[in-house]
Design a protein around this ligand. Structure first.
Ligand SMILES: *[C@@H]1O[C@H](CO)[C@@H](O)[C@H](O)[C@H]1NC(C)=O
Ligand SMILES: *[C@@H]1O[C@H](CO)[C@@H](O)[C@H](O)[C@H]1NC(C)=O
Ligand SMILES: *[C@@H]1O[C@H](CO)[C@@H](O)[C@H](O)[C@H]1NC(C)=O
Ligand SMILES: *[C@@H]1O[C@H](CO)[C@@H](O)[C@H](O)[C@H]1NC(C)=O
Ligand SMILES: *[C@@H]1O[C@H](CO)[C@@H](O)[C@H](O)[C@H]1NC(C)=O
Length: 411
């Protein structure tokens, strides 16, 4: 008898449930409306996807705006969403919905106009036995796929291809087409701002860029971030802030705490090409309470512009005192530096320091080398964007052995 009752109440619950969101998928005949207050939650309860509101200032034109976004499940409302679908086309009232239309994801407003679509492309209709569904995956990727095919390489569309300002773990800027992070325009407006973080070369070196796509900052290449985190599971995220900083933070889904691990640029030596020109190292000098950024030429190099150098305008950098010959060279070592820009450097994988050095000796045009674990970077031009760091890397610069004498004390 007791068993029978249990069965009946279970049955009733099942009948009542279908109109309540209980899953991480949206099927072709469902809608996710703002007014329902429903959200999709990723398996594992880490991410939540739904509509959110940003209040404008007090003018009517700048009133409330609604966006479809992704945020950490149960995150504080002060923390901005990690991904925004319709960053350039908000809804101006709370009457709108997300649905699947002609095999695309669309956001429609009250009058049924499409104000955002995942793609303008015509997606082939699914095979007869299948349909198109949208699914929020456990890693925060929101994907559109055929219901009978969940292989990653056959997604019709995925939000990881269109990051906003934050890189989620599992997403890779080197994959897909033109993936890049772009800042919000202000802390209260997800519309595309002026800073971006993107890949600039085959060597997968990433740069923080300004509105003119000029490099502003380059993250220390291959450096492990020193940080201490409590026990437990956490996620590492990279973000471009609206005011032009690149930052990494961690998120713990268990404690729901966000921890800032580092951000840059931190000081003037971090600014790409602003203080020191090529073939010199930027370092901070403390004079009383003031901190100055200054540059030092490599051994065997001299300032290109002495006058500017004495006036502390060092942007022209340094040049070799005498041309490098093909033979009779050695290497000066710079310890604890940020490695120069590898954008134009050659890269050979699975090569240790000995062999890397040998390659540089054998190649007359090689100007220096560095190893990042078993990645061997071979420079063949001027070396740019170096600075001293507390625990940096080692750079080997090719110079004639005559410059390696006792008067040049290796640092
Ligand atoms: C959604 O939330 C609003 C504000 O909290 C409330 O007024 C409304 O009744 C809710 N709608 C549903 C369908 O629960
Ligand atoms: C819906 O969007 C269309 C096109 O952007 C616009 O003309 C219309 O006024 C909008 N309707 C509402 C109710 O916002
Ligand atoms: C990628 O970006 C480049 C430069 O902005 C552009 O020329 C190219 O068309 C983009 N490719 C795609 C597939 O969007
Ligand atoms: C520094 O020198 C460069 C080139 O020599 C010049 O273009 C620049 O204006 C100078 N900067 C300052 C602050 O004087
Ligand atoms: C390169 O070789 C020439 C001729 O042998 C010599 O005069 C010059 O000093 C050498 N340069 C260096 C940097 O050793």
């Amino acid at each position: 008898m007791a068993n029978h009752q249990t069965f009946i109440s279970y049955y009733i619950v099942l009948i009542l449930v279908p109109f309540v969101w209980s899953s991480n998928t949206l099927t072709a005949n469902q809608i996710l409306s703002i007014s329902s207050n429903l959200t999709m939650i990723s398996p594992g309860n880490v991410f939540e996807l739904g509509f959110f509101k940003l209040a404008g200032s007090n003018t009517k034109e700048d009133g409330e705006r609604w966006y479809l976004g992704l945020w950490f499940y149960k995150a504080s409302s002060k923390m901005n969403p990690l991904w925004v679908a319709n960053r350039e086309s908000p809804l101006y009232d709370s009457k709108g919905a997300l649905k699947i239309y002609k095999s695309n994801l669309v956001i429609v407003n009250q009058s049924g106009n499409i104000i955002w679509s995942s793609s303008n492309a015509v997606v082939p209709s699914p095979p007869k036995t299948s349909s198109v569904v949208a699914e929020l995956l456990s890693n925060g990727n929101f994907v559109l796929r055929y219901s009978d095919d969940n292989r990653g390489d056959s997604f019709l569309w995925e939000s990881f291809d269109y990051p906003t300002d934050t890189l989620l773990p599992g997403s890779d800027l080197a994959k897909g087409v033109n993936r890049s992070l772009t800042s919000w325009i202000s802390n209260n407006n997800p519309s595309t701002g002026i800073y971006s973080y993107a890949l600039l070369s085959k060597n997968q070196e990433m740069f923080l860029l300004d509105a003119k796509s000029s490099p502003v900052y380059r993250r220390s290449f291959g450096l492990k971030t020193p940080y201490a985190l409590g026990n437990g599971y956490y996620l590492l995220l990279l973000q471009v802030t609206y005011d032009g900083l690149l930052q990494q933070f961690s998120w713990s889904p268990t404690t729901r705490e966000k921890t800032l691990l580092w951000r840059g640029p931190r000081d003037r030596c971090d600014l790409y090409g602003k203080i020191c020109g090529s073939n010199s190292v930027c370092s901070l000098e403390k004079v009383d309470v003031h901190v100055f950024a200054g540059c030092t030429c490599f051994k065997g190099f001299k300032p290109r512009n002495w006058r500017g150098w004495w006036l502390r305008n060092m942007t022209e950098g340094c040049q070799r005192i005498s041309r490098l010959n093909c033979t009779g060279n050695g290497f000066q070592v710079l310890k604890n530096v940020k490695l120069p820009d590898t954008k134009d450097a050659g890269l050979e994988r699975s090569i240790g320091p000995k062999e890397c050095r040998q390659r540089c000796i054998e190649d007359c045009s090689c100007t220096g080398f560095a190893n990042v674990e078993l990645d061997c970077f071979l420079y063949s031009s001027d070396l740019v964007d170096l600075r001293t760091l507390q625990s940096g890397q080692q750079l080997y610069i090719k110079v004639a052995t005559s410059y390696l004498g006792k008067f040049f004390i290796s640092s």
